[in-house]
Ligand binder design. Structure first.
Ligand SMILES: CC(C)(COP(=O)(O)OP(=O)(O)OC[C@H]1O[C@@H](n2cnc3c(N)ncnc32)[C@H](O)[C@@H]1OP(=O)(O)O)[C@@H](O)C(=O)NCCC(=O)NCCS
Length: 157
């Protein structure tokens, strides 16, 4: 599938919101995306856009000094397993690296095998587990880190 990755814009938000809503139980309200795109200087939000102009996926990082926090991330169901998620993750990590990040953090549901596979194959490892962290079903959260050495590998490749 042909697509490109670019910074998220305000006009992308309705489509991004629909993808998030269809992908996550605890999805963000639209106003959170407006804050990320229009106000939050720490935010590094990106979208993958198909050749027809439709949004296929998005990722939001927060760059805080030397830390890249993965805040939100999804690919629309019909475009999954085509490498778009990995491309968005690598792109966000590279931009944050250029902005000074040398370590990255995220949290993920313990049962989210596709996401955990992607993160582990990128170089993240589980640092700790937050028991019953998620409000909807009390699922555990894995707190995953991408340490500086592994982060260097991502940007070198
Ligand atoms: C996680 C997510 C963003 C991955 O996006 P994607 O575009 O499907 O990912 P990719 O196609 O780049 O695949 C990345 C890797 O994950 C693997 N993968 C994807 N879906 C998988 C599945 N259902 N089961 C096992 N592995 C899977 C792919 O095989 C690939 O690994 P490989 O390169 O070794 O083959 C997507 O599944 C999604 O939107 N999920 C719902 C929202 C979500 O969970 N977000 C993350 C919250 S922390």
């Amino acid at each position: 599938m042909n697509y490109s990755i670019r910074p998220m814009q305000s006009t992308d938000i309705p489509e991004v919101f629909e993808i998030d809503k269809a992908s996550a139980v605890l999805y963000w309200p639209e106003r959170s995306y407006h804050f990320e795109v229009e106000q939050n200087e720490a935010s590094r939000p990106f979208v993958a856009v198909g050749s027809d102009g439709k949004i296929l996926g998005f990722i939001v990082f927060w760059l805080i000094i030397d830390e890249a926090h993965l805040a939100n991330f999804a690919v629309c169901a019909k475009a999954r397993c085509m490498g778009i998620g990995r491309a968005l993750l690598n792109h966000g990590l590279r931009v944050c690296y250029e902005g000074g990040a040398r370590i990255s953090f995220l949290e993920v549901r313990a049962g989210n095998a596709p996401a955990i596979h992607l993160y582990e194959s990128t170089g993240y490892h589980t640092e700790s587990i937050r028991k019953q962290y998620y409000q909807d079903n009390h699922e555990d959260a894995l707190l995953m880190n991408l340490d500086p050495e592994e982060y260097e590998e991502v940007v070198r490749n």
